[in-house]
Every structure is written in structure tokens, then in C-alpha cells.
Design a protein. Structure first.
Length: 134
């Protein structure tokens, strides 16, 4: 079961950041690896309706979405590479379950100059910090 939309984008010589915002609720069957809601985003260099010489501008996004009992807003942020002219966005339910979607929006996000760095003290996530206890 799937819901999809093709979206035309203006041409850009630089990467563009977007946020996909949506409200969701529902449930899936008891096997989380088999039953799940996934959001797929495909990136192409041609407008919708043009299929000759169609090329991907980056790898697709395959994002798992948790389903609360009551509506909650979810956000999926991503970068569209330069000259991305089309996004294909799909919400797909694998296996058993029931999903409700509401207020789905694609929003262009202003990018800040520089890099955002978040540091977690005593972090072992990427081996940049190691605490040696003796």
C-alpha cells in the first residue's frame, strides 16, 4: 500500500535543503522488520513527464517512520543536489497495519553559512573520545 506524489522543482546551481513535514498516526503488525511505514524520496534531473535520459541526482532516501497512537508531526530533512528538477515522494506501508497521514508539506529550508556541529560529552559514537577507566 503506497501513496506517492511527483513534485517539480525549480532549477538550482547549488544544493537546496528541504524538510518534508507530515502528521501521522497508526499501528503496524507485531513484526517490526516486516511491518513498517517507510518514506521514500527519489531525486531526478528532469521535470515530471520527461523520461528520456532521466538520471538520478543522488541515492534515494529510505526512512522508517514510527507510528504513534495519536497524531504527531514528523520531519524528514534532506539536501537536493544541484540541478534536481523532480522529487518522487512515497509513503509505503509494508505488511499489516493502518496508517493515517495529514498536513503533508514540502518546505524549502534556509541554509546557514558554515557548519553546525553538535558535541556529545563522553561520546563513544564515533571513537573520537575514549574514556579509559583503570
Amino acid at each position: 500500500n503506497s501513496f506517492s506524489q511527483r513534485i517539480a522543482l525549480p532549477d538550482s546551481d547549488v544544493p537546496v535543503k528541504y524538510a518534508l513535514l507530515f502528521k501521522t498516526k497508526g499501528f503496524t503488525g507485531k513484526n517490526p522488520g516486516i511491518n513498517s511505514l517507510r518514506v521514500f524520496v527519489h531525486f531526478y534531473d528532469q521535470l515530471p513527464g520527461v523520461y528520456k535520459n532521466l538520471k538520478r541526482t543522488r541515492a534515494l532516501i529510505n526512512h522508517a517512520v514510527s507510528l504513534p497512537k495519536d497524531y504527531e508531526t514528523r520531519t524528514l530533512s534532506f539536501m537536493a543536489p544541484p540541478h534536481t528538477r523532480r522529487l518522487d515522494i512515497s509513503f509505503t506501508l509494508y505488511g499489516q497495519g493502518k496508517v493515517f497521514l495529514d498536513d503533508v508539506q514540502l518546505v524549502k529550508v534556509e541554509m546557514k553559512k558554515g557548519a553546525n556541529v553538535y558535541v556529545t560529552p563522553w561520546s563513544f559514537l564515533d571513537n573520537t573520545y575514549c574514556n579509559r577507566l583503570q
